[in-house]
Design a protein around this ligand. Structure first.
Ligand code: PSU
Ligand code: MN
Length: 305
């Protein structure tokens, strides 16, 4: 065993022994992305969706100086109830480990931990991106740069309308990150199935997605790939309905001088309030949908090994 501070849940440990397909899950969506108790209920549903699909879930977080790969139900509940959990990106992981703090992993940090644990696929709701007004604030999520350097396939529902979607795509293109729409040509936009224009790439099967990742690495290219999986039709909220709330939430964030790590959690919370909870219902549906696709991709990787 190396000195890497990785701790595996029993379920994940068994899956590793049997070389079974594993899907990584982040924990910031639990601590900073959804209110209690829907956060822990969703975390459990997503884990059970992955098991039903024939893969093993590995929710990742830092606790007591260890990177936990897979959480048991008590750990999940504790994390979901805590109000003072740190939000960890690439810059924060080592410090949180050193001071034995508790931290939830963002997309960037979850990719790093998943890669250390040999997990190739990770499901989430939305990734961080280029925030509107980034030309002033320089607020560009570390998630984008992580996709450029860590070889993990991230399944998300496309960039959220609270972000600057064109600028987010520009940064991903500059960084050489494939942005692959699944099963359609249009780029999905989180709560809605279409951003109004096409994604840079498109693939129609989990097998092709796994093959593309393997070939990317074989080409000597570092980094992962972003899969943009459209929210199921019955759960989508149209752009016409969602956009006025997005603009209101953004105006409030600006008026209140919300910045840095607080921006995304503030906007998600306000969207939840402004839509009377509808944004959360859609968010839960799309995360579960992403977990199912990620399971198929994990199975495709396992079949290739
Ligand atoms: N988008 C969501 N829900 C979330 C997040 C993004 O719909 O919970 C979280 C993810 O953990 C993502 C992080 O990595 O927010 C991005 O934060 P920032 O914009 O501060 O980089
Ligand atoms: Mn940011």
């Amino acid at each position: 065993m190396s000195s890497l501070p990785l701790v595996f849940s029993t379920e994940v440990q068994n899956a590793r022994k049997e070389r079974a397909p594993i899907v990584a899950l982040e924990s910031t969506i639990i601590t900073h992305g959804m209110p209690y108790p829907q956060n822990v209920e969703t975390a459990r549903l997503v884990e059970s969706d992955i098991r039903k699909a024939g893969a093993v879930p590995a929710t990742i977080a830092i606790m007591n100086g260890k990177i936990h790969i897979g959480l048991n139900d008590d750990e999940l509940e504790t994390l979901a109830k805590s109000t003072n959990v740190a939000k960890l990106s690439r810059a924060d992981m080592a410090v949180c480990l050193a001071n034995k703090g508790v931290g939830a992993t963002t997309v960037a940090a979850t990719m790093i931990a998943a890669h250390l644990a040999g997990i190739k696929v990770f499901a989430t709701g939305g990734i961080g991106g280029v925030h509107r007004g980034a030309e002033e604030t320089f607020d560009i999520s570390a998630d984008l740069l992580e996709l450029a350097q860590t070889p993990v396939t991230v399944v998300a529902a496309g960039p959220k309308a609270i972000l600057d979607i064109p600028k987010t795509l520009e940064v991903l293109e500059t960084q050489g990150v494939p942005v692959i729409a699944y099963g359609q040509s249009e780029l999905p936009a989180f709560w809605s199935r279409s951003a109004g224009f096409n994604a840079p790439q498109r693939l129609d099967s989990a097998e092709e997605i796994a093959t593309a990742m393997t070939l990317r690495t074989a080409l000597g290219l570092p980094g992962g790939q972003l899969i943009a999986n459209p929210i199921p039709k019955e759960s989508e909220i149209s752009r016409e309905i969602i956009m006025p709330f997005v603009h209101q939430a953004l105006d409030e964030a600006q008026a209140k001088n919300i910045n840095a790590k607080e921006v995304t959690p503030f906007l998600l919370q306000r969207m939840f309030e402004l839509t009377n909870g509808d944004s959360l219902v859609a968010n839960i549906a799309l995360v579960r949908n992403n977990a199912r696709l990620a399971s198929e991709i994990a199975k495709a990787f396992a079949a290739m090994d």
